[in-house]
Design a protein around this ligand. Structure first.
Ligand SMILES: [Ca+2]
Ligand SMILES: [Ca+2]
Ligand SMILES: [Ca+2]
Ligand SMILES: [Ca+2]
Length: 401
């Protein structure tokens, strides 16, 4: 295939792809949503590279590194370290123009003590359990000027979460929860923490202290004595659950009201042939075992209420059966507005839709749905043939087009 053909093919693919993605999204997940996390029994584990947003990144920016990341041309004093990173991926804040004491410290450029002012990342998390969480960061330091980080919550930068520091564990991914203080530049373990004020969604935030910082993972824990090791816990990332899909009235996509045969229609004293409620199929049906109930109409009624008044399209939803093709009549105050017969089917209880447009309803009108049990003579049963039971499921109101 020549380059021109390949381009044409790509163009076609580009045209088709959004349609495929859109239909997938509608049925399963909202694929446009940002990544977000949840607390699980007092722990939150975050892959740093799965941040939701980054702001204030004009001078320094967190960049994601993994096996397939192309080479960059930004100031940087070390090579990549994705091999031992959790999820084989991490973030580094670049350019790194101060990797050692010999390179000039430029405040608000390669260093800042002001938390929340440079390269601010956000991670939305749902917390079930409020309270005090110790924060651990898994980081990779190769020098003396790439090992400080600020943390925050909901746009606030509490003192207890500023200046996370790593001293030990150079040239390896290392966990730290130590806060740098003037009396101890390396800090004491378990001194970085965040207060979660109440149950709900809170945004944990990260911002630059020193450029060149490499961050693989964050761990929040309520356990003061917890010390993470290796890659530690798997990320507690929200994964959309499968939503309940409807199994009935599958072709009803636009409606103002659904009247269910079983729930909304009266079947007492409505005629000589009774309906019964076939709850398993959510339908009214006629017991055709009784031979006197065959080939005669049973009736169900609904009295129009004030909220139903107006002009509607009515859709009768029946259930087709292999045993026979039942006939249905819809009337208002004994005036027939529709008569329908189910088609033949090989699929028992297949929903069939019959439409009546421009139906005017006034208060106290009586809507009557009638049907009868019939046989098509095709399905042998007890020396005769089986009868379809005139089943129907609902009468659906929709707007007139
Ligand atoms: Ca680097
Ligand atoms: Ca630096
Ligand atoms: Ca670095
Ligand atoms: Ca990672």
């Amino acid at each position: 295939m020549g380059a021109k053909n390949l381009r044409l093919l790509n163009t076609k693919l580009a045209l088709y792809l959004p349609i495929i993605v859109a239909s997938f999204a509608a049925s399963t997940t909202n694929i446009n949503a940002m990544q977000s996390y949840y607390e699980d029994s007092g722990f939150v584990a975050i892959e740093a590279e799965k941040f939701s947003t980054q702001h204030l990144d004009a001078k320094r920016r967190w960049l994601v590194f993994s096996k397939n990341t192309p080479a960059h041309n930004l100031a940087d004093s070390d090579n990549t370290h994705y091999h031992d990173a959790s999820n084989e991926s991490y973030i580094e804040i670049l350019p790194d123009t101060r990797s050692n004491h010999h390179e000039a410290l430029v405040r608000h450029e390669n260093f800042t003590n002001k938390a929340g002012t440079m390269a601010v990342l956000s991670y939305p998390i749902y917390f079930e359990t409020p309270g005090k969480y110790y924060v651990w960061a898994r980081a990779y330091s190769t020098g003396s000027e790439d090992n400080g980080l600020h943390l925050g919550i909901n746009g606030q930068w509490p003192e207890s979460a500023q200046r996370l520091q790593l001293c030990e564990g150079k040239h390896a991914w290392t966990w730290s929860s130590a806060q740098r203080v003037s009396t101890n530049h390396c800090g004491t373990p378990n001194t970085i923490y965040i207060e979660i004020p109440h149950k709900g969604v809170h945004t944990i935030m990260v911002s630059m202290r020193e450029d060149g910082f490499e961050l693989d993972k964050l761990l929040l824990t309520k356990d003061k004595d917890y010390v993470p090791t290796g890659k530690d816990k798997s990320e507690t990332l929200n994964k959309p659950k499968h939503l309940q899909e409807k199994t009935q009235l599958s072709k009803v996509t636009d409606y103002t009201r659904i009247l269910y045969a079983v729930d909304d229609f009266t079947i007492e004293n409505t005629g000589e042939i009774p309906y019964y409620q076939h709850k398993a199929e959510n339908a009214l049906a006629i017991n055709a075992v009784n031979t006197t109930y065959r080939n005669k109409f049973a009736h169900a009624e609904y009295i129009v209420q004030a909220k139903d008044v107006g002009s509607h399209t009515l859709n009768l939803i029946t259930l087709a059966e292999t045993d026979g093709e039942s006939t249905y009549i819809v009337s208002i105050n004994n005036k027939k507005i529709g008569e329908f017969t189910n088609p033949e089917t090989s699929d028992d209880y297949q929903e069939i839709y019959f439409s009546m447009k421009g139906v005017e309803l006034a208060k106290d009108d009586i809507i009557r749905v009638s049907s009868k049990a019939v046989t098509n003579g095709k399905i042998p049963e007890n020396g005769g043939t089986a009868f379809a039971r005139g089943r129907w499921r609902a009468l659906v109101f929709s707007r007139n087009d």
